[in-house]
Ligand binder design. Sequence first.
Ligand code: NAD
Length: 356
Amino acid sequence: MKNGKLKAAVIGLGEGFRHVKAYKENPDYELVAVCDILPDPLPPRQAQRLESFNLAGTTERYLDYKEMLKGTDFDVVSVASPDFYHAEQSIACLEAGKHVICEKPMTLDLDEAAAIAETVRRTGKVFMIVHPTRYTPAFILAKKMVARGDIGELFMAETEYAHNYRHVGGSLYNWRRDKRRDPLLGGGCHAVDLLRWVVDDLPDEAFAYGVKKGLADWPIDFDSYFCLYKFKKGVIGKVMCSTGLSRPYTMRSVFYGTKGTIICDNMSPTMQLSSVPFYDKPLTGTYLDDTTPFIDIPVDVNNHNVESMVQLMADIVLRGAENHVDVVEGARTVSACAAAIESAHTGKPVKVRNDF
Ligand SMILES: NC(=O)c1ccc[n+]([C@@H]2O[C@H](COP(=O)([O-])OP(=O)(O)OC[C@H]3O[C@@H](n4cnc5c(N)ncnc54)[C@H](O)[C@@H]3O)[C@@H](O)[C@H]2O)c1
């Protein structure tokens, strides 16, 4: 802490630039260090972005996060390196007494998820997982409407992560094109997390099919999945995840209740509500005459809302706010993805581990 401000650092300067921007613009923070393995001279894109934040003289730059831990004192660190390094770097930073904001997916592995959870508990440091869909206005409103019963009792929910990874590269190399990085855990975790968050219950069992077509030449097993989840209180959920689609990116989601249905999306300025209760009146005339159209509800489009997460960290550390994106939430999403992946490989339903 310096002058009442938290000292912040960022590891990984791709998505990590959003964290750099959020810390720079937030009066609760002073950004004191950034780390990326990219040596000088930086590629033009990185060099320009770094320059635009005017970090010279105030922010140290490191090539190795371990050197950063030794060389600069800070309170909060964003781990925004490729997925494979999240566990190692988060654990090392927690052990060094830092609060951690970790990019999704928390890890690619259940044992690592458990190890981070154990480290968080032992060190008492704050750990937040970045699932920005929890800060997307349409999804926040959908969750609120489901929770207060606007669509009656929720019984079915579907979310999706529809992407084309042929257009998604990496700063240094395309690390997403790696056998260790299953697209359901790496990217589809957004949709799985959204499903868990809105249903607000623990998934008990997963069943999934996978196929590989759009990214046929990638060394991964599947690029596309349909996953089914059975939640403990009876809701059934479906996640469509594909990273090899010929269509624009979207996370279109539908929530079905006994008195209505919500259709929403992270890319659309409107969400839709149908509020026709079951059996509330006898059918007269044709089926179509008795169908009330969907109502459009305007919403802001705001994806990748890292600013809110950086603010939440400050509110937790400085003002005692509650952490609703903690290590258990991160681990449970990893676990729900891992169960579906196992099911797609074995052809059998798989129990979802939730005890982290
Ligand atoms: N929350 C979201 O919606 C969202 C969006 C995009 C990416 N991500 C996540 O952010 C992370 C980074 O993805 P990206 O798109 O920025 O990739 P990227 O390749 O654009 O950037 C990653 C950066 O990390 C650096 N790096 C690699 N290994 C490192 C190491 N060991 N230590 C420090 N730096 C290292 C690379 O040089 C690169 O500059 C991934 O975990 C990804 O899943 C999250």
